[in-house]
Design a binder for this molecule. Structure first.
Ligand code: GDP
Length: 447
């Protein structure tokens, strides 16, 4: 395999930049351009050691750098690898990279280092995919999910389920070959129960995919409530700016104002909407219909009520309409009223939006709404992973139906085999080169 090189840090000026070379020629190339201050040759350096020195090209010193050596197979890619950390100038970094190319390295394609790690057995396919999710994580929730998969935990769960299926298939093979009696693990009702359990485990995992997407891409959150309840004030509290116009004239927010805000581990894509009320004003009514549209696609509703007025029939009606949504009731203007919030089976935050306060209690409630546990981390990270889980669940449900209806239990062998094969593909299994290329084409160059 060719020796490849790329700049692994962003294409921008910074304090330092890092260039990675991987492949059999990497140590020779490094020796040709690098002179260590202590005069040790790169070829004499042990793995996991670094040296300070200079990089030169045609006798011209380009920079002083730190060079780290990784010896195969103990490197990210599994190959001999050299990493050069230099000053982070865009031109300088490219000059050093060019010098490396001139000494025989080829430009690395997108994701090629990670692809080699996969091909050399350093990472499974799901772990390799998760590397990109770790890089792109923009909050605790996203990072935790990505790290769960990157640690190989989800892949191992798939492997364990696949092992159970393979055990069942072995029992079938044994039975079909020469056994007179049906082995105990193939006893019909126990078998159906076991397969049912596996199917629901897989379907649960898949259902967490959507939640995972929401946590990674931001929780689409709509602020609803009657005019003047304090929605815009809540928006401004959460954004820390005067993003929405706050007045005491009912109907001031006439369009939908959207902001991305971080609440601890969570990213909210927050839409302030026109207050919900019947109106004759044409512009305001467009805003209200946009509010209903925002509700249609919302992952979370923050429903604001003016505590000094209390709950009205409209508020109860709106909260009922949101029954299939995650909803937090914001019992606002508590500086004006000491009335207790209503006894509803929804989370309720008491607050005064115009007063300075932290968002800690809201974050706590978001944690309750979008439970962040080990279990919720066990979710597929992308469409490929989710599809394999769903297909495996589907094959098992076909097996369950066959086991329940047919006398010929061995009919389900092929379904189990199919399901096990989908689960094996989760970590690479027998996936085609096209699938592998598709996975790594989404990576950045240098990773
Ligand atoms: P919206 O129509 O629901 O967006 O309500 P606004 O945020 O525009 O607020 C309506 C009025 O209530 C404004 O005069 C705000 O200053 C006031 N307001 C909002 N929240 C509070 C609060 O917690 N306490 C008090 N006293 N006034 C508030």
């Amino acid at each position: 395999m060719k020796t490849i090189a790329a700049i692994s840090t962003p294409d921008a000026a910074g304090g330092i930049a890092m260039i990675r070379i991987s492949g059999a020629e990497s140590i020779r190339i490094a020796d040709e351009i690098f002179t260590a201050a202590n005069h040790v040759k790169v070829s004499e350096m042990r793995g996991y050691t670094c040296a300070y020195g200079t990089v030169s090209e045609n006798g011209e010193q380009l920079d002083d750098v730190v060079l780290t050596v990784f010896r195969a197979p103990h490197s990210y890619t599994g190959e001999d690898t050299v990493e050069i950390t230099c000053h982070g100038g865009i031109y300088l970094t490219k000059r050093i990279l060019m010098a490396i190319y001139l000494h025989g390295a080829e430009p690395a394609a997108a994701g090629e280092f990670t692809k080699r790690a996969f091909l050399n057995g350093k990472l499974t396919l799901s772990q390799a995919e998760a590397v990109m999710d770790v890089i792109q994580a923009d909050g605790d929730a996203a990072l935790r999910q990505a790290n769960y998969v990157k640690a190989g935990k989800l892949g191992r769960e798939m492997q364990q389920i696949s092992d159970v299926l393979v055990d069942l298939m072995s029992a079938f093979a044994y039975w079909l070959d020469d056994a007179e009696e049906c082995p105990p693990e193939l006893e019909r009702s126990g078998l159906i129960e076991k397969l049912h359990g596996i199917e629901s485990q897989l379907r649960d995992m898949s259902s967490r995919y959507q939640d995972g997407l929401v946590l990674r891409s931001g929780i689409r959150t709509v602020l609803l409530g009657k005019p003047n309840a304090g929605k815009s004030s809540v928006m401004n509290w959460l954004c820390g700016t005067n993003r929405s116009i706050v007045t005491d004239i009912a109907g001031t927010t006439r369009d939908v104002v959207t902001e991305q805000v971080k609440i601890g581990a969570f990213t909210l894509l927050l839409s302030d909407t026109a207050g919900l009320r019947d109106t004759d004003n044409a512009i305001e009514s467009i805003g209200i219909s946009q509010a209903y549209q925002a509700l249609d696609t919302a992952d979370l509703v923050l429903y604001v009520v003016d505590a000094s007025i209390g709950m009205t029939d409209d508020d109860y009606e709106m909260i009922r309409r949101c029954a299939d949504r995650r909803l937090i009731l914001l019992w606002n203007k508590t500086d004006l009223s000491e009335s207790d919030p209503p006894q509803l089976s929804v989370l309720c935050l008491t607050l005064s939006a115009i007063q300075e306060q932290s968002t800690d209690r809201l974050e706590q409630m978001l944690r309750e709404c979008f439970a962040l546990t080990e279990t919720t981390c066990a979710a597929p990270l992308n469409e490929r992973q989710n599809l394999l889980i769903l297909r495996a669940a589907e094959a098992i449900s076909v097996a369950v139906a066959a086991a329940a209806s047919s006398d010929e239990l061995d009919m389900i062998y092929a379904d189990l085999e199919q399901a096990a094969s989908y689960l094996r593909d989760f970590d690479g299994g027998e996936v085609t080169d096209d699938v592998i290329d598709g996975v790594f084409s989404k990576f950045c160059v240098g990773k």
